[in-house]
Structure formats: C-alpha cells, structure tokens
Design a protein. Structure first.
Length: 156
C-alpha cells in the first residue's frame, strides 16, 4: 500500500509529520455510530542523515530515513522520488524495524544518484496492507471417515 509523498528539506535532522494507516490522524472508516473529532497524528518521518558522497565515480547521496509511527503499522520500504514523481533507483544499505504494541519505529539507509537540485527530498512510505477476513463459500460434505464425494450412479 503506497502512502502519500512528503517533501523534506535535504538537511540532516529535518522532519515532517505524517498520517499513517490506523493512526488517530490517518484515514479510515470508523466502526462506531458516534463521530469523533480527528486528532493530530504524532507520526513523523525524520531525515537522520543526508550527505553527498562519491561512489564508483558517480555523485551519490546517502540518506538515512527514520519513521516513528503512533500506530502498529508494517513498513515495507521507502521510495525516493524526483520532481516529476518518478521513483529513483536506490541501493539499500539496510533497514531496521521495531514494532511495539501501539506504535513502531523504522530506520532505513538508501544510496541513490544525486538528483542535482539537492534542496529537497521527496519520500513515499510503502506499507504492507492490513489483512481483512473474507468469507469463502464452501460446498463440501464430511462424514466419520472424511470427505464424502459424489459418485456417479449413487443415490443421494
């Protein structure tokens, strides 16, 4: 499940508050008859490190991105986008994820080609979708010895 795209100034320590699935500020359908006021989400993306490096003769960027969520989400990855909303090709330097009962923290390091401008970083979190129970109709008969199959020529 793709999240929204967020822009951060391309500097170490910058952060942006976000809405995550399942948080108080996130979107979703209330299962109650009473409508409550939407509260502000305290989930945020933090740019823990942002520095330009040189790798194999190319100008690259090393970005360490952190996510602190106020909901028990499952983060799959981050996407780095350019100004045209195209996903940049990245190399992952590792990701740590630590869910807690009602929140989670994640850190990921990415290496990608320097987009040139370097004034802002566009990030999209990718979440694992929540599972929904689904009823599946089944037409099967069981007896003492297991499944009873319909055999041609036998009466029911």
């Amino acid at each position: 499940m793709k999240g929204d795209v967020y822009e951060l100034p391309a500097e170490k320590g910058t952060e942006v508050y976000i809405d995550v699935p399942g948080s108080n500020g996130g979107e979703g359908v209330a299962s109650e008859d009473v409508v409550t006021a939407r509260t502000v989400s305290s989930s945020r993306i933090v740019l823990k490190e942002y520095k330009k490096i040189e790798y194999e003769g190319k100008k690259m960027v090393k970005a360490e991105i952190g996510l602190e969520a106020d909901a028990p989400i499952e983060l799959s990855a981050f996407q780095i986008l350019n100004d045209k909303n195209e996903v940049l090709e990245t190399m992952t330097g590792g990701m740590s994820y630590s869910p807690v009962e009602s929140s989670c923290k994640a850190d990921a390091t990415y290496f990608f080609e320097d987009p040139g401008d370097g004034k802002k970083l566009r990030i999209r979190p990718i979440y694992r979708a929540f599972r929904k129970p689904v009823n599946i109709p089944v037409d099967i008969k069981f007896g003492m010895r297991g499944e009873i199959r319909d055999e041609p020529g036998k009466r029911k």
